[in-house]
Design a protein around this ligand. Structure first.
Ligand SMILES: *[C@@H]1O[C@H](CO)[C@@H](O)[C@H](O)[C@H]1NC(C)=O
Ligand SMILES: *[C@@H]1O[C@H](CO)[C@@H](O)[C@H](O)[C@H]1NC(C)=O
Ligand SMILES: *[C@@H]1O[C@H](CO)[C@@H](O)[C@H](O)[C@H]1NC(C)=O
Length: 180
């Protein structure tokens, strides 16, 4: 029984991504013969994102092994050197979403669904959130100009807890633009 249940969402993304003046992008690596299937976790991260995007008529993200590697390095650094706290994404060149959770096992789908839960606070008409709610995490998920996704998770000893980080390229949440 998950009665010790604590779920905390990082809302830093809403603030940090506002520093992106424009959607600068890092060129993707040259295409490879991508015939091997993605690892299961990667496919689950991707599917959960693309479901939320399809619901609002936005095209799918593709999985980027380069972004996945960057998030993997970062999530392990946070686990090993930063007590598993949220990463400071302020100066990242990618968009980023994070989730820290303890008292439960967090699958990739659960992590993405927790971000997509912000959707209920988002008003597309005026591109703003209800009251004091935040929805920059959701708008990054469905940001149309973001094309590539890479994510990683680490299990931390305290809790046990899980830290999940996804990167998006080009970054979303560009000031003055709507997600789609
Ligand atoms: C690390 O985080 C845990 C909870 O996540 C907390 O109980 C502990 O005090 C933290 N340790 C340090 C050194 O900040
Ligand atoms: C995050 O990093 C930026 C610069 O890279 C710094 O200005 C800011 O204070 C940092 N934020 C936190 C919470 O450490
Ligand atoms: C945006 O529209 C919603 C729904 O009509 C409204 O509740 C909210 O106050 C509006 N927000 C802003 C900042 O205008």
């Amino acid at each position: 029984m998950a009665n010790i249940f604590f779920l905390q969402f990082l809302l830093l993304i809403s603030a940090s991504s506002l520093t992106h003046i424009s959607g600068q992008s890092v060129p993707p690596p040259p295409p490879t013969a991508a015939t091997t299937p993605l690892p299961r976790a990667a496919q689950e991260f991707l599917d959960a994102h693309n479901k939320a995007r399809a619901e609002v008529g936005v095209g799918p993200l593709t999985w980027s092994p380069m972004l996945a590697k960057e998030t993997s390095l970062l999530v392990r650094f946070q686990r090993d050197k930063q007590n598993c706290s949220f990463a400071n994404l302020t100066s990242e060149k990618y968009g980023g979403n994070q989730l820290w959770a303890s008292g439960m096992v967090v699958t990739p789908r659960m992590a993405v669904d927790s971000w997509v839960a912000e959707k209920k606070s988002y008003n597309y008409a005026n591109n703003s959130c209800t009251g004091d709610d935040k929805c920059g995490v959701y708008t990054q998920v469905v940001w149309k100009k973001s094309m590539e996704l890479g994510c990683a998770q680490a299990t931390c000893s305290k809790g046990p807890a899980t830290l999940t980080i996804c990167f998006y390229n080009p970054p979303g949440n560009v000031i003055g633009e709507k997600p789609y």
